[in-house]
Design a protein around this ligand. Structure first.
Ligand code: ZN
Ligand code: ZN
Length: 126
């Protein structure tokens, strides 16, 4: 990983020097952030739910969601390890109900849900 990271830095330097268009850099830094690769010991991430400095990556306790997000221990307890109130409601349902929900769900839906939940909101607007 260190080698790869060095490679990106080197690539970035070359792009700057040669004035090349960079299609690569932005994506890679996003990728780095998502995976949470620790480059320094600083806590650079924040809990998605309360904003406390935190770099605990967890998967949503709702198996159907399973969103990878950042959640501090306090929110993990409060939200039962879920990314949103909706997921909390879902894991509170009986297994049979959860199965029904899963069946009725389209793939596109879960994708858009995933995108909209990069920064989960505690309170739905409606
Ligand atoms: Zn929190
Ligand atoms: Zn979730």
């Amino acid at each position: 990983v260190n080698q790869l990271y060095g490679g990106i830095i080197e690539y970035a330097r070359q792009v700057k020097q040669q004035n090349l268009p960079s299609k690569f850099i932005g994506k890679n830094f996003v990728f780095d952030e998502r995976v949470g690769e620790r480059i320094t010991d600083d806590v650079i991430a924040r809990c998605h739910q309360c904003g406390t400095a935190c770099d605990e990556h967890v998967n949503c306790a709702n198996d159907d969601c399973h969103l990878l997000f950042i959640q501090c221990p306090a929110c993990a307890e409060k939200m039962k390890g879920c990314c949103s109130e909706k997921c909390m409601e879902i894991i509170a349902l009986p297994a049979e109900e959860q199965r029904k929900l899963r069946k009725g769900k389209k793939k596109e839906d879960s994708l858009s849900v995933y995108k909209s939940r990069l920064r989960p909101k505690l309170k739905p607007k409606s």
